[in-house]
Design a protein. Sequence first.
Lengths: 102, 217
Amino acid sequence: MNQEPFLQLDRVIHEKGRLAIMSMLAASPELSFTELRDGLGMTDGNLTTHIKALQQEGYVSVAKSYQNRRPLTTCSLTASGRKAFTEYIDLLEKIVRQNKYK
Amino acid sequence: MQSIHMQTNWAEKNLQTIRTLMERSAVYRRALAPIMLFAGMLGILAAAIGLIFHLDSISSFCALWLSTAAVVVVVAFLNTRLQAIRDKEALWSPPTRRVAQAALPPLFSGMFFSSAFLFVGIYNLIILVLMWLFFYGCALHAAGFFMQRSTKAFGWIFIGMACAAIVILICLPTSNGATTMEFDRQCPYWLMGFFFGALHLVYGTYLYLTEKGKNAA
């Protein structure tokens, strides 16, 4: 089997928690911090760390606003984040396909 | 060889997880406020028509409220269609499909049981209204899993109040004469007006104040 696709996988997205965050954000225009935390069953600290890592890579943008006088943090995928996620999926599909045709 | 299998299994599992997460995350986000406000206004209007014109028979009561529901459904469909066209998205998107699939069984059950009640000759409008409230609440609650969280709470209000009303009616001392007849005649319209009219107006106003600009299914 060609090992290349596996080695090409984006290491930032590759981590389980960050992949889950990217997956949820890919299906929605934006999600609040609470929606992500509840949807993934993560702790506040864990989620914050992962989002910071994705933000530093330029994959996720974070916006802070107020809703009903309460602070609201919303996250969304950036264009490069969406591109990286699509490429990651393509590589996963490639890995599966390669073995099936063997 | 084992490594190849491990990688393939891992990739397949990851793709499945990604798919599940994406499906869970894609909630129905089209603006509900205009639909709820319209439903509320029409509900109050229908209740007023029923009370003013003394539409006391079960057939006229059902005809009035079923036609009101039909108008609301048509307007809601047109509104959703317009939003989908404006946002250049498919009307029958996966979140829309999930909302419809979740709401359909309770709505069907409500229609089925009320028809069955009428078929066996239980012509009690209050029981009919409470049954509608209960099943409508169940439909809202089920759909709420794929919509914003407040929809589930709104559904619980209907379920809880329908149950409370049943308990009150059971415990209410029955009296004979004109007072009871007048109560039986007016009560269904007041209940429908309150729940399908006023409550929808309140919820619609809440949604109007809280819904964000971007609405995507």
